[in-house]
Design a protein around this ligand. Structure first.
Ligand SMILES: [Zn+2]
Length: 338
C-alpha cells in the first residue's frame, strides 16, 4: 500500500484506482519501441528530414513506390517519363538506406491515374526490373475510374493492369493496388478552384469517369481482383492499399487479398486508425496492414504510422494484434528482413 498523497486536498490521483483499475501497472511500454513497416509510401520524393522522421519514430522497413504520374512533368505521359521515375528511385534507394538505416525496398509499376501513350514499352522493360533484388512488389497499379488530364478507356487499363498481374505472377511478386477511395462526407462540396488545398494537383483537369457503375470505386477493385485471378496471381499476393469503409466488407468477405489502410493523409480520404481498429475487431488482424502513402505532392505525415500504433492501443486493440498489422504482415508479404 502506498501512503496517501500529502496533497492539501484530494486530487484525481487519489482516485486513480477507481478510474483505471490496475491498468497503470500494465502499460504497453513495448509500443514505444515497437519496430514498424510502411508498405506503401513515396519517401524518395520527401525531404531528407522527413525520411529522418521515419527513422526517428522506429520505422524498420519501407516500400517506396516508384510509380505515379504526379512526378512526370508532361501530360499525357510517355513511357520514358515513368521509366525515369523507376530509375530515379533505383538510383537513390541505396543512399537512403545508408543515411537512415531502415530497410528501403521498391515497388515499380504503371499507375493508371493518367493515360500513358505507349504503355507496351514499359511493360516490355518491366520484366528485367522485376528481377532486381530491391524490387519487392509490382505497383501501385489497378484500374482507376477517372483520370487526370487524359482519359484511359477501360479496355486499355484492363490490358495494362492485367499485364502487370502476369508479370507479378511470373516473378513471384506481390501487387500493390491503389484501390480507389471514396471521399468523406465531411468535406465541403465547394472549394475555390482549381483544387484541393494540401494537394498539388489541378483538380479542374479531372476527366469524366470511364467506369459506369453505382459504385465505381468498388467496381474498380472488383475488376482488379478479377484480373489477378485471370493472371493466376494468388489473391494473398494482392495488397489493396487505400482500404476504406467502401471496400472493406467486399475485400474481406469475397477475396483473400490483404487490406492496407492508408493513414498518412486522413484529412483527404478520411481513413484513420479508428477504421483499422474496427476492421481488426470485425475480421481479425490476419489480412490487415497500415501504410502512410507519404509523398511530396500532398500534405502527409511521416509520423502517422507511429501515431496509429498508439491510437490502436487506445482503441482497445491488443499489442499482439498491433504488432501483427504494423510489422509481421507486411514483413511476410513483402519479404522484408526479420
Ligand atoms: Zn501511393
Amino acid at each position: 500500500m502506498t501512503p496517501p498523497h500529502p496533497t492539501k486536498r484530494p486530487t484525481d490521483a487519489a482516485h486513480l484506482d477507481d478510474a483505471v483499475g490496475d491498468q497503470a501497472d500494465d502499460l504497453p511500454r513495448e509500443l514505444l519501441t515497437l519496430p514498424w513497416i510502411d508498405p506503401h509510401n513515396h519517401a524518395h520524393t520527401l525531404s531528407w528530414a522527413d525520411r529522418e522522421r521515419y527513422a526517428l519514430s522506429g520505422c524498420r522497413s519501407m516500400l517506396m513506390v516508384a510509380s505515379g504520374y504526379h512526378w512526370t512533368p508532361y501530360k499525357p505521359v510517355a513511357a520514358d517519363d515513368v521509366r525515369f521515375l523507376w530509375d530515379d528511385a533505383i538510383n537513390r534507394r541505396g543512399a537512403i538506406e545508408r543515411d537512415h538505416f531502415f530497410e528501403a525496398k521498391l515497388g515499380l509499376g504503371i499507375h493508371t491515374g493518367v493515360r500513358i501513350e505507349n504503355p507496351d514499352e514499359l511493360l516490355d522493360a518491366m520484366a528485367d526490373y522485376c528481377e532486381l533484388d530491391e524490387v519487392v512488389a509490382v505497383g501501385e497499379t489497378g484500374v482507376t475510374p477517372s483520370q487526370h488530364v487524359s482519359r484511359w478507356d477501360l479496355a486499355g487499363q484492363r490490358a495494362v493492369v492485367g499485364a502487370q498481374m502476369e508479370l507479378a505472377a511470373d516473378h513471384d511478386l506481390p501487387v500493390i493496388l491503389h484501390t480507389p477511395n471514396t471521399t468523406t462526407d465531411s468535406r465541403r462540396e465547394y472549394q475555390r478552384p482549381p483544387g484541393t488545398p494540401g494537394y498539388e494537383k489541378n483538380a479542374g483537369l479531372g476527366q469524366d469517369p470511364v467506369i459506369d457503375a453505382d459504385n465505381p470505386a468498388l467496381e474498380a477493385a472488383k475488376i482488379d481482383v478479377e484480373l489477378a485471378d485471370e493472371a493466376g496471381l494468388d489473391e494473398e499476393r494482392v495488397v489493396a492499399s487505400h482500404a476504406d469503409r467502401n471496400n472493406t466488407e467486399w475485400l474481406m468477405e469475397q477475396t483473400d487479398c490483404y487490406l492496407s489502410y492508408t493513414i498518412g493523409h486522413s484529412w483527404l480520404i478520411g481513413v484513420t486508425a479508428a477504421d483499422v481498429a474496427n476492421a481488426i475487431d470485425e475480421y481479425g488482424p490476419d489480412r490487415i496492414m497500415v501504410d502512410t502513402d507519404c509523398a511530396n505532392v500532398l500534405r502527409t505525415d511521416p509520423f502517422a504510422l507511429k501515431r496509429a500504433i498508439f491510437e490502436l492501443y487506445r482503441y482497445g486493440i491488443d499489442v499482439d494484434d498491433i504488432r501483427q498489422v504494423v510489422l509481421e504482415n507486411p514483413r511476410d508479404v513483402f519479404d522484408f528482413e526479420e
